[in-house]
Design a protein around this ligand. Sequence first.
Ligand SMILES: [Zn+2]
Length: 170
Amino acid sequence: MNKRGHVLNGLLLSLGLGFVLEPGLNAATAEMIAQITVPVVLGALFPDVDTAFGRHRKTLHSLPVLAVFIAYPIVFGNLQYVWIGVLTHYLLDVVGSRRGIALFHPLSDREYGMPTGVTTSSKYADLVTVVITAVEIAAFWAINKYVVNLELDLSAAARTASEAAAGFGL
Ligand SMILES: [Zn+2]
């Protein structure tokens, strides 16, 4: 997917997640959307830096890179929510475009993709992006409602977990 698609995906996903995490139409919803939009869009743009540094769809399109972004809020207490942008970038590349990404780089250069995609120059690219984003928001909503209360700020989630562990005398 091209830059335009990734920005569109990041913006719409942030909007949807704002309503998932702070349901309603009030100040808390607006604040949540404001809080996550810039980090998510920045994260969504980051992987394609490998068009200039490294090898495209390999160097910065791998699970180890995602793990680094997930670790940052926990270890350093910054870059909250950026990992969501990186994750959605990978999903869009895997599901929405013809060419896959090297998820296990640098261990393997094999690119993983799905036959569902369109070429990035296709006139359907925006439609595919919007549909994938809608599915992502629905998935977040369902997981948040039925599986686990999603704490997208992972530093707060880690803090809660360690407090809970302390509470159990661990
Ligand atoms: Zn990409």
